[in-house]
Design a protein around this ligand. Sequence first.
Ligand code: PMP
Length: 403
Amino acid sequence: MSSRIIRADFPALAQLIHGQPLVYLDNAATTQKPRSVLDAMQRYYLEDNANVHRAAHTLAARATDAMESARARVAGLISSPAADQIVFTRGTTESINMVASGLSHRLHSRDRILVTALEHHSNFVPWQQCALRTGAHLDVVTVTPGGEIDLDDFRNKLCQETRIVAFAHVSNALGTVHPVHELVTTVRARSDALVLVDGAQAILHLPVDVQALDVDFYAFSGHKLFGPTGTGVLYGKRAGLEMLRPSQFGGEMIEHVTLDSSTFNTLPYRFEAGTPNIAGAVGLGAAVDYITGLERDSLLRQEESLIDDTICALTAMNGIRLIGTPTQRLGVVSFLVEGSSPHDVGTLLDQQGIAVRTGHHCAMPLMQSLGIGGTVRASFSLYNDQTDVERFVQAMHKTLTFL
Ligand code: PMP
């Protein structure tokens, strides 16, 4: 199976931007959607639309089945032991906030939270806020000049008082793949801390098995794996999820209410207050079906070779500085053009039909560690092909002549 074939499944890729065929290299921000996802959502609204769970009629039963079958497929994608350990959220950000605020009642001033300087703000600021709220201490693992977690610093900062360790599976800014299993093993050997992994950038590019990784929580967004925006997942070990206090109340999360007090529903509904994003869950389920129907291994190998070619071509250009040289990288190439702002480079590329992202990529602590303000980031997905790389490289040559 080649990326050229699956490309045809994504209608948005077949368009002209400023008169040139679109080359979409902003996949770390969000991926385009295959027709099967769009069709599933439209069919849901055309035929099955109803509120879930609380009605006896046929449409409500169909909507409930559609949502719960999506949950079961998501559980299958990440090898969750059970579907009720999959909480539907609005995205990675909400999933992480749910854990950070849901655990606050267990943290005290002698406790410590360990994160890394490489995190997306969505896996940094919720912990910073949690520390401010609870008085716990926030320890931040430093990053090597090549853009990897400093493993010695990780080991040094991890201690008996560490209650939570949170880090990304793959960095959105540099593409660094973190050795999740090794890090989890280190945590287990030295503390009782819970481990949360931000899987936003990994979920499409790696087979994820939450049981093999032995993580307590795994968070990701639907829109990064060909699903709709406003969908996401929080996986948790049962014991971890049961420790969390809900922070939103009402709707299906309720079990019983009296004038004085309330009790809450079982997992996962306890964390899904209000009418959920049913159509979104349907779209996410269709995205999971789409991905599992692909020969993902061979597409990932093609994606890796496109990234190697891109790095090779950029290295051969004068005035380009690659940012991050991780030993294991996925999906992302970040760089700077000496003497030019990333924004100017991005704008010149856009005029040639190339979509890249520029700036700090919601990772300001990382940019501060590296002593830069931002980068130009080209990020790949399974539908990118050799033509995209050739067009990007040509456009970069032209851009350099303008700057
Ligand atoms: N973490 C990482 C590593 C990400 O790349 C992103 C999205 N760029 C997020 C968290 C936040 O995801 P979302 O905006 O979908 O909640």
